[in-house]
Design a protein around this ligand. Structure first.
Ligand code: SF4
Ligand code: SF4
Length: 287
């Protein structure tokens, strides 16, 4: 029907109008009293999800509190405790970035050997489409999404190409922008460290037990523990064995000597027969 859309629109406007008064009545004296005053003179105002009315913000002096998952352009996290970049210049973020707007130059030591930190890191924020793939894929939680959206400049290049210095923020800044995510990451990190520590201790214990068993085995081999009685019994056994072996030797030697005697007697017999034959041959030749 003609005019239905118009009436519907007016109804929505009227609802916002009345909701705003309802919100005002819920929060006495003012919905703006819980705002946070920043050092730079600005105020951050939060509208709770329970309120549906209109919230008037005096921008730019006042800003709305952004939800944690709001993202604009990436930032690099500086580990204040360790005093170093979290980034290891692995290059994964540059690889996964759909519009390819990240450039990284890996640093090197005095011998020219590459080291795990970036010497240069650039993001062309004019090309970045805030997809957050870089932050999702970074294995070191080194790149996160910043909430800062006021990046207007007069010249696109080079002002919108952010270098490492412009991108780097302390870890505390990241923790303040993303409190829930930061707490979850810390918890994960703590659990990982504990697991690593537990494994290292288990490994250490296993190595100590192995070394102890090895030492005990070597000691046993080197010094067989036998009592005096056992040793005496062993000595007696050895003596008995030696005696038995001596007797066996004698009995084996006797048949050998008798065989020699028989051999000698046979030789004598043969010699005697040969001498007899020679004597007979001599007598026949004398005839
Ligand atoms: S920000 Fe993360 S993914 Fe990108 S180079 Fe550094 S460590 Fe690798
Ligand atoms: S947010 Fe997306 S487009 Fe922007 S630098 Fe990261 S991966 Fe690239």
């Amino acid at each position: 029907m003609f005019g239905t859309g118009l009436l519907k629109g007016l109804g929505i406007t009227l609802k916002h109008f009345t909701d705003t008064f309802k919100d005002d009545r819920q929060k006495v004296p003012s919905r703006y009293q819980d705002s946070v005053q920043l050092d730079n003179g600005r105020r951050i105002i939060e509208q709770p999800l329970s309120q549906e009315g209109l919230l008037t913000i005096q921008y730019p002096e006042e800003r709305r509190l952004l939800p944690e998952r709001f993202r604009y352009i990436p930032m690099l996290v500086w580990d204040t405790e360790k005093g170093e970049d979290r980034c290891t210049a692995c290059g994964i973020c540059a690889k996964v970035c759909p519009p390819q707007c990240i450039w990284i130059v890996r640093d090197s030591d005095e011998n020219g050997k590459p080291v795990t930190r970036p010497a240069e890191f650039y993001i062309d924020t004019a090309v970045c489409m805030s997809c957050s793939f870089c932050a999702e894929f970074c294995p070191f939680d080194a790149i996160k999404m910043n909430h800062d959206y006021e990046l207007a400049v007069y010249d696109r290049y080079p002002q919108l190409v952010y270098d490492k210095e412009e991108l780097t923020v302390p870890v505390e800044y990241y923790a303040a922008l993303w409190p829930a995510q930061y707490a979850a990451e810390q918890e994960q990190m703590r659990a990982k460290e504990e697991e690593e520590q537990r494994r290292a201790e288990e490994k250490k214990k296993a190595a100590a037990a192995k070394a102890k068993a090895k030492a005990a085995g070597a000691e046993q081999e080197a010094k067989p523990k036998r009592s005096k009685e056992e040793l005496d019994a062993l000595r007696k056994q050895a003596a008995a064995k030696a005696a038995a072996r001596g007797k066996e030797g004698e009995s084996e030697a006797a048949p050998a000597s008798s065989a020699d005697d028989a051999k000698k007697a046979r030789l004598e017999e043969l010699k005697r027969k040969a001498a007899e034959k020679a004597r007979q041959r001599k007598e026949q030749s004398g005839e």
